[in-house]
Design a protein around this ligand. Structure first.
Ligand code: MG
Ligand code: MG
Length: 261
């Protein structure tokens, strides 16, 4: 069942999602070699609670923390740990969710730790661009498959592979609502896009094989060949005038610009 949101509900969704963007920026300030992933988790949790919201991931399906921290070959759902420290040249995908005013925000970004290899930077660039390709196709009259196909085509024509086991999703009062939003598929297939639909588009793109391994910790998903994977996620609303991005990377970009200047 797909729940269409009213304008008022979409405004509340935007508030929850903007807070995710700000939280990711707060985490970004602290991404550097030597920091533990648990320290990043605590920064996120504190920031979310200080803004009168709840961390949506904490306790979700039993997940123990407020963000997912997935390094290099880890695709998603990495568990923060006091024993895992970032190293120069790593990439780290951080996925974060908030609950504010009864609505959930959900967004993810893959960050560089210091100087990262050129081919890995290219993976990040393509994955992020494919997200916007998907968003461009999220218009009334299209179907979910048009988003999926746009992401898949953009990545595969550039030599990357698309994870099949994990997909994007509808979102609202619950983090995961219908419909599923795969990053692969046929144009013109799947549910019709209608005004008021809120979905998360979240390409998970690999440098090597698309195949994955589910780690024994019950959460972490990594690439089978241990090559790098990237993950970018926006929450969007389908509007008469086109897709409206409810989450935001603007706060992150500001922090990253300050770091490099
Ligand atoms: Mg997410
Ligand atoms: Mg999501």
């Amino acid at each position: 069942m797909i729940y269409l949101k009213t304008n008022e509900e979409i405004e509340l969704m935007q508030l929850a999602n903007r807070l995710v963007g700000k939280t990711l920026a707060e985490v970004a300030k602290n991404i550097r070699p030597g920091v533990s992933t648990l320290e990043l988790d605590k920064i996120a949790e504190t920031y979310i609670r200080d803004h009168n919201a709840l961390p949506a991931f904490l306790g979700y399906g039993g997940f123990p923390n407020s963000i997912c921290t997935s390094i290099n070959s880890q695709i998603v759902h990495g568990i923060p740990s006091s024993k895992v420290f970032l190293e120069e040249g790593d990439i780290i995908s951080i996925d974060c969710g908030t609950i504010l005013n009864g609505f959930v925000g959900d967004s993810a970004y893959t960050f560089c730790v210091g100087e990262v290899r050129r081919d890995v930077l290219d993976l990040l660039k393509t994955t992020k661009e494919s997200l916007y390709e998907g968003i461009r196709n999220a218009i009334i009259g299209h179907r979910i498959g048009d988003i999926s196909n746009a992401v898949q085509t953009y990545c595969e024509t550039r030599g990357y592979s698309v994870v099949r086991e994990l997909v994007g999703h509808g979102i609202g009062r619950k983090m995961h609502e219908d419909p599923e939003v795969p990053n692969y598929g046929r144009k013109g297939s799947g549910p019709l896009l209608k005004a008021g639909m809120c979905i998360c588009i979240e390409p998970m793109i690999n440098m090597g094989t698309r195949h994955v391994v589910f780690e024994k910790d019950g959460w972490t998903v990594r690439t089978k060949d241990r090559k790098c994977s990237a993950h970018f996620e926006h929450c969007i609303a389908i509007r008469e005038e086109g897709a409206q991005i409810l989450s935001s990377f603007d706060y992150i970009d500001e922090i990253l610009d300050n770091k490099t200047n």
